[in-house]
Design a protein around this ligand. Sequence first.
Ligand code: SF4
Length: 596
Amino acid sequence: MSTVAPVQNTNGSGELFKIVSGEEQIRRRLDEERKRLEQEAGIERREVHHFHKPIELPFTKLQRDDTTLLFGGLTWKHERMVHAALESLGYRCESVPVPNKKAFQLGKEYGNNGQCNPTYFTVGNLVQFVQSLESKGLTKDEICDRYVFFTAGACGPCRFGMYEAEYRLALRNAGFDKFRVLLFQQSGGLNQAEAEAGLEMNMDFFLAILNALNTGDIMNDIAYQIRPYEVNAGQTDRVLEESMELLHEVMRRKRPWTLTTKSRKYLEKVGFAGTAEYLGKFLNQLFGGDLVAALNEVRARFAAIPVDRTRVKPIVKITGEFWAQTTEGDGNFNMFRFLEKEGAQVVVEPIGTWICYLIHQVVQRLHDQKGLAEGAVPPPSWRLDKHLKINLALYKKILQLKIGEAIFKREYNRIIKALGGIGHHLVDQYELQRLGHPYYNSRAAGGEGHLEVAKNIYYSHKGLAHMVLALKPFGCMPSTQSDGAQSAVMSHYKDMIFLPIETSGEGDVNAHSRVQMALGEAKAKTKLEFKAALDSTGRTVEEIRAYVQEHPELASPMFKIPRAKGVVGGAAQFVLHVAERMKAEGWQPRRTSAAA
Ligand code: SF4
């Protein structure tokens, strides 16, 4: 409906007619009436100033040499690798430090209230970093000119969708209005318009980041596997630091694969240069060995760390929200170090699981939305040709994603193998969906979705961990929902030890004490398991240790202990395996001269 309303023009030269919609008329009348009522009631009307996304200043190719890309939010191992990857592509870059409590306070001070915990930490961390630059003598304008922040983003449905706005709001409130934030969308890839040509999202970029994240994942995993059993305290950390520097150097020097000038000239003539370049990069990724020699060197360094596998330690699997389960600082009460100090072996969560989850969810969505494209009219059932076309288009997309996933896993496994084969492989997403869906709808997106519930069942029920610790940030919407579902899970899987901990910028003592209590239960379980395993062999721990002394390969962290069915603990698995070898060899302890 539309009506005509007379409107006086600006210079008063006559009457101008403007088409005004019915809705507009209603809105105006409502406004008039509200004003009248407010005047009558004596209510003063204040203007509301909502935050609007500022117009982003571009980051262009010309600025690349003088601009530093900032990034952060992962572990220092991942960040070291991403740093090397970006440098290899010709970017100046720097990772922001792991967020601490001061960052949390700044996030609260400069950002909105009512956000989830990671928002405060990460937003405040960026503010803290730019403020530290200012305290070193740079002006605000210099900082805004010379630095850009590169981060992930999404349109929701959880508070992740608000991150970008939060960064901008906090930066504005801290006086850095012009600071640039580049967004890598959780869905939909990078917004190229925002990035301009300053940051090129091409195949070289994705391959370099993929290698960096995978290497970071597996190095992280291995270090957590070895550290609790190291004979010489601090040796794992020393080897890890040196190895990360070695890998950083190798990755930093690596240059993206390109055609030679001669072959490019020839291929350009036949119009095949672009495809050949693309194929070459891809094949180089699959079969190239640039990183393998360095990874083998790292494996040898780790292999030389002596370990004592007879230490009885509960295995604690970490799950929860993506950031809270990844960060290694105040953001999760320094939980991993705390657990190790309390005598546990921590199984950390790789970023690779999250990448596979994203691919899996897209495949599910494609299945669900088959034939439901907006505005599409479904063909009649007898038009088999059209149905075939729709199906072919769908399965082509799914096939592409499946190939992508298979390649990703292959590359991941290649690094595991090069690093000695002790790293954990990525869990199958269909298995996780099958386990989690009865409790948490696998189509409910946001945060970790059904993964929190599924991982709890997977690691507890399959005998891969004595205890599952879910780190869920204060104010996290998806985690709050999965907490509700976990009650049902625990009532069905009565033996599991599951503890959800709400992470925040305060309350460390309370959180640690709750973890200690649950860990006490897990320790008791682990000791009983170890005793049963040892009793079943008829050997003593001293005999096992004596055998290991004679067989030094067993004291290397790279020795892969075969898994005994139904046994969770590493020490129990170890004594069962060693006892089997002793039996096969007819090994008996040497009698000391005193005993003789
Ligand atoms: S998953 Fe939770 S903590 Fe993470 S961004 Fe979403 S609401 Fe915040």
